[in-house]
Design a protein around this ligand. Structure first.
Ligand SMILES: NC(=O)c1ccc[n+]([C@@H]2O[C@H](COP(=O)([O-])OP(=O)(O)OC[C@H]3O[C@@H](n4cnc5c(N)ncnc54)[C@H](OP(=O)(O)O)[C@@H]3O)[C@@H](O)[C@H]2O)c1
Length: 246
């Protein structure tokens, strides 16, 4: 049976967003091996979870590399900013970066306050901040801050899990009709035109194909602003549920 990895490669996908906590590193490593995926042609991101306890990140990353069947990751991310130990974890990440085991390092779910604190202590500025962004949660201030510091923003949950509030939205539906595209395609294009890298997830070939077919149209500036204006700070992943003391 052909895996989602191979199907997505055929369609032209290069980047894969994984995490120890998602339990998908092993599956990915196995599919990569069986299907002779060329390591140099793909960009592997994985993440580690902090908790209240200190963590030995060298050991943690070694585990990920073993499961993935590779000797480096392209991007290593801290999943949540646990207040008591995210600075210490970042120091460990810097060492892994300097050794080349992680070709780039970054963070997820960092608000401006977390980034400001980190920047006071770091030698290496995070290259990426991966946060929840969709039309109902646009995170304009964090994005602006990241732009000023040259931190690339990635949008997780970019389709807002296709919840009803997204699917039934008038503005998104109007733009979908105008461009003869689906709502996911409109949202993903809105991200790209805002210089954000979206990370949509799908298990279905038809949708994978649709989600990458967004490079033959451009939204107008006022349409981008219309989507921006849908913001209501509506979060699907509630930070306090995942990160004590957030
Ligand atoms: N850093 C973090 O803390 C964090 C947290 C959450 C997620 N993430 C990352 O972000 C990725 C995406 O997030 P997500 O899965 O929560 O949300 P999402 O990408 O917004 O939504 C995925 C859902 O949308 C459906 N879908 C995808 N394309 C579609 C299309 N063209 N038409 C209709 N439905 C479509 C999928 O269903 P089907 O599979 O049935 O197509 C799936 O149910 C994850 O895979 C993960 O890598 C990171």
């Amino acid at each position: 049976m052909v895996s989602t990895l191979l199907k997505s490669r055929i369609l032209g996908y290069e980047g894969y967003d994984l995490a120890h906590a998602y339990g998908n590193e092993k599956w990915f490593g196995r599919a990569k091996k069986i299907e002779f995926i060329n390591r140099k042609k793909i960009f592997i991101t994985t993440k580690f979870n902090l908790s209240d306890k200190n963590i030995d990140l060298r050991k943690e990353l070694e585990g990920s590399l073993e499961r993935l069947g590779t000797n480096y990751v392209d991007l290593y991310l801290m999943h949540w900013p646990y207040p008591n130990n995210y600075i210490d974890a970042w120091k460990q990440m810097e060492n892994l970066y300097k050794e080349g085991k992680a070709r780039a390092i970054g963070v997820c779910n960092f608000q401006i306050r977390h980034l400001e604190e980190l920047l006071k202590h770091c030698d290496v500025i995070p290259m990426v901040n991966q946060i929840e962004i969709h039309p109902l949660n646009t995170e304009k201030e964090v994005i602006q801050y990241c732009k000023e510091k040259s931190i690339q923003v990635q949008a997780y949950c970019p389709l807002g899990l296709m919840q009803d509030k997204i699917v039934k939205n008038d503005i998104l539906n109007r733009l979908a009709v105008k461009y003869n595209k689906s709502i996911p395609q409109i949202i993903l294009k809105w991200n790209i035109q805002n210089e954000i890298i979206p990370l949509p997830k799908s298990t279905k070939y038809k949708r994978l194909k649709q989600n990458i077919d967004i490079f033959d149209f451009e939204l107008e500036k006022k349409e981008i602003q219309e989507i921006d204006s849908l913001n209501e700070n509506y979060k699907i992943y509630i930070p306090e549920k995942y990160c004590k003391g957030y």
